[in-house]
Design a binder for this molecule. Sequence first.
Ligand code: ADP
Ligand code: MG
Ligand code: ZN
Length: 608
Amino acid sequence: MRPRWNRNAFVYLLILVAVVALFYRFAAPSPEPTEIPLSEVAALVKAGKVEKISVEGDILTLTVREGNGLTEKTSRKESDAGLTEALLNLGVTQEQLSGIKEIVYEPPSRTGDWVSLLLSYLPLVGFGLLLMFMLRQAQSGNNQALSFGKSRHRLVTGDKPNVTFEDVAGVDEAKEELSEIVDFLREPEKFTTLGARIPKGVLLVGAPGTGKTLMARAVAGEAGAPFFNISGSEFVEMFVGVGASRVRDLFEQAKQKSPCIVFVDEIDAVGRHRGSGLGGSHDEREQTLNQILVEMDGFDTDTKVIVIAATNRPDILDPALLRPGRFDRRVVMDRPDMNGRKAILEVHARGKPLADDVDLLTVAKTTPGFTGADIENLLNEAALLAARRDKKAIGMEELQEAVERVVAGPERRSRLIRDEEKEIIAYHEAGHALVMHELPKCDPVHKVSIIARGMALGYTIHLPEDDRYLVSRTKFEDDIAATLGGRAAEEIVFDDVTTGANQDMQEVTKLARAMVMQYGMSKDLGPRTFGRKEELIFLGREISEQRDYSEMVAQKIDEEIKDIITRNYERAKSILTGQRQKLEEIAKKLVEQETLDGPEFEAMFAQS
Ligand code: ADP
Ligand code: MG
Ligand code: ZN
């Protein structure tokens, strides 16, 4: 593209210069008003009026006496004759010639002409260059606009896949479901001869970081099939109508390389319920989505292209995407359970030296709710910590510290806290920990600390013993009480409250509201939900909530929430006043040594 374009520009430039030069030539002929014929020059010489003649090529410049003054006149001689010769031919005598004071022969300065020519055209050349530059800008912009319809997918693995099922751990069911697809991609004939219809589309569903993208690549890797990857959000770009042409282009390329996989990441970006968009962008999305559907429907039985899409919001997808013959297969990528987490830890621990004391099962136990991405991050943090401590291998210490980092952010030991404040923080955290310990449904205390971490001034980490899938009402209430334990302790001990509990208040309100409105756990209002969440499509966030209940019920809901919170606040307070001695003890110990880990904390209760 480039060289050809340059040539074009050069041609344009030449034409431009030529045109301008011609224009100059005709529109402004060089003005020579006082040019006189050579015969007149001879007459002037005869009259003895010529003071000086300078000869420059064929051009004569005469200085002529006129009255008292001097004027300049120009003339022209024949190029093959000398000046004196020419004048003598016109009847001028030698004496008359010698009457001229000076005859100067200047070297014919064609070069001077060129310089002046160049100088006079210099601004023009500058202008031309500017024009060229602008043209180039426009051209490159144009290029972009023209090639915009080409999808920016990359042929990632091509024929050399590098990710396999080995690299994806803890999602055995998903692997099982997808192994059929792998088989098909490996030996499509085996299926097509039997007339089996292979799924055209597979939808991977799971929370962010559960390995959906990884899994899609692993399927291609296992099968050794080319992998076309495009993200849904890439479709939704500047120009209208481009998304659809991108889809067309993508599938065209994919068909040429079949059997292969087309992976549409974040399909929710284009696949939301149609017709529900706000603003102008939904038309574009609809067209793109339609084109995907058209392409998928257009597959012949022998088209060996499998479309895998990923989303973490299957609930908002357009039903048309999910009907049979399209993305009718759903593969759920769950958050891994304990064994899954151990397996993922093992995958990512490859190539990282681990110390002998490391037990990955223990780490897996302390990381409920972690996704694959969290675990990868955890191991990376641990490796960084070990490197910072000049260790040869990653120890258990680093792994535990890394878990806390991932959960609560890095420690900020440098933050200076006055003793007085330190005491308040200590009582606050002791309050949390003590209530947590006393209430049966709360998770065991994993660590209490008054070292600032992330945004928090102190923290109490509690970790469940097992993975939990159901939360009971009593668990909700106990958690609320434990979260209020910090403020309750402040009030009991100092008879005052601080801003330190801000986060706790938000948490508590969220929990109580969810109990009443989402889980139907309120005794008065009964087992039903309140409010329908509406989403603002282009932000993907819920910003309005549609009321499906009356004003009276709204008031009831508020009362109920308030009731839950105050009830549990009193509960926390009564636990703490009943155990005032223990509260003091824990707080003192915290001020002294700043952190208490789980076993240390439990030991304080064993003594008495
Ligand atoms: P998603 O697409 O679901 O948001 P990704 O596939 O991008 O998640 O996962 C991010 C990273 O987390 C992966 O590159 C991988 O290193 C790690 N990861 C996630 N899930 C797993 C898993 N099941 N096994 C191994 N690694 C995983
Ligand atoms: Mg992803
Ligand atoms: Zn708190």
